[in-house]
Design a protein around this ligand. Structure first.
Ligand code: AHR
Length: 401
């Protein structure tokens, strides 16, 4: 005797999955296609019991041959055959940095077909207009969830209202959004970018103090994409630190859009104007740090920590493999992590929502900080100690991205 769930699963297997095997609350679109869509949805609801009745009669009559369910009907994880695929519309910012590539690899691997997902992936090439267009297409396609990494914080109210009206939950990750009504998204998970910046600045202040440097420190800030949470938080932290450290000043500030090429271009322009007056380069991500270091070296300058002897102290963020290699080589003084491995975190959220569970509205992820200078082992930020991990070859060889 087959367990009822097996019978139901067999029915789905033989008759096809009339509702994708998904709970009925997933038939929840407002009617983006007009009344026809609602009609189809209603027909589907009444079609399900009919299908099962026919199937049971078929079994009782002895004519039915209950097929043996394939052990793994889509190469998926156990239980996936019960619910059909979950369709995810994922709007990714672009491919501007090593961090971004690692993040894309993580999320696309997690939302795999074998894990029970149909992933519709869109690369917005760093343009919000492309993200808005992609989200509207996801709504039209009737995806089950929209997963969004927003290029900038503002400008999402209308499109997310449309998603809400269509009954599609939106999960935001990495960068944040600013919306009037926070019911427009299910939850956000990401970095505390301001904290990252504060940790970088406290490290810098500790380092300068340890070297007894009390003269004026001129800082060049190569910012990320203006309006992005990662830029807003990291820039704000630096500006606050400049207020606290009376001998610090920002003498140049411009956006390098988180890319190596723009980072190099901006650094070149800053060097033309200020040359060796610059002591510290605060690059708001690793790729812009690579670009800045290329620009420095092209002009015969050196990236290092000996600012009294004309070296440019480079502060960076992300802690990608190349960024950490440069940190180990002494070209980047301190590298504060921004962790890109969101795949498993996002699938956990989707699975919880799917099971009808509650998710935290906002979750900050824990991040690390690395330096080639080992004597600053701990720093105090927001009244809490944070470890600065001394970088080693071993640590680097085990780094995933
Ligand atoms: O949003 C995360 C930031 O965006 C990373 O620091 C950066 O490298 C990326 O492009």
């Amino acid at each position: 005797m087959k367990h009822i769930n097996d019978v139901i699963a067999s029915a789905r297997h033989i008759f096809g999955d009339v509702n994708g095997g998904r709970p009925q609350n997933h038939i929840r679109r407002a009617d983006p296609y007009g009344a026809g869509q609602i009609l189809i949805s209603t027909l589907r609801l009444s079609f399900i019991p009919c299908v099962f009745c026919i199937f049971f009669c078929f079994l009782l009559s002895g004519c039915g041959k209950v097929g043996v369910l394939p052990a793994d009907n889509d190469g998926g994880v156990s239980g996936q055959e019960d619910r059909g695929k979950i369709t995810i519309g994922l709007s990714q910012i672009g491919s501007e940095s090593d961090w971004r590539m690692a993040s894309t690899a993580s999320v696309t691997a997690a939302f795999s077909s074998s894990a029970g997902y149909d992933l519709i992936f869109d690369d917005a090439q760093q343009k919000q207009e492309n993200q808005l267009k992609a989200i509207r297409e996801f709504i039209d396609q009737g995806v089950d969830y929209i997963v969004l990494d927003p290029v900038v914080e503002s400008g999402w109210d209308s499109v997310l209202s449309e998603a809400k009206e269509a009954g599609i939950p939106v999960v935001v990750y990495d960068r944040r959004i600013e919306v009037e009504d926070d019911s427009l998204y299910a939850c956000w998970i990401g970095s505390d970018f301001k904290l990252e910046g504060e940790r970088a600045c406290v490290w810098l202040s500790e380092y300068l103090e340890s070297k007894g440097v009390s003269r004026n420190i001129n800082i060049a800030d190569i910012q990320g994409t203006i309006g992005a949470s990662a830029q807003i938080g990291r820039t704000a932290a630096l500006e606050e630190a400049v207020m606290l450290n009376k001998n610090w000043r920002i003498i140049a500030q411009d956006s390098g859009d988180f890319t190596t090429a723009k980072g190099k271009e901006v650094m070149t322009a800053m060097l033309e104007k200020y040359g060796s007056d610059i002591n510290v380069v605060y690059a708001e991500n690793d790729n812009m740090a690579y670009g800045a270091i290329e620009a420095l070296e092209a002009r015969g300058y050196k990236a290092g920590v000996d600012i009294d002897n004309g070296e440019f102290l480079v502060v960076s963020f992300d802690a990608t493999h190349t960024g950490l290699q440069m940190t180990l080589d002494g070209k980047i003084a301190v590298n504060t992590e921004c962790n890109p491995l969101y795949g498993p975190r996002l699938t956990e959220i989707i699975e919880t929502l799917e099971a009808g569970g509650d998710v935290e509205k906002e979750t900050y992820i824990e991040e690390e900080q690395f330096s080639g200078i080992s004597y600053i082992g701990t720093i105090q930020v927001r009244n809490r100690p944070y470890t600065v991990t001394p970088l080693t070859e071993d640590l680097l060889s085990n780094r995933k991205y």
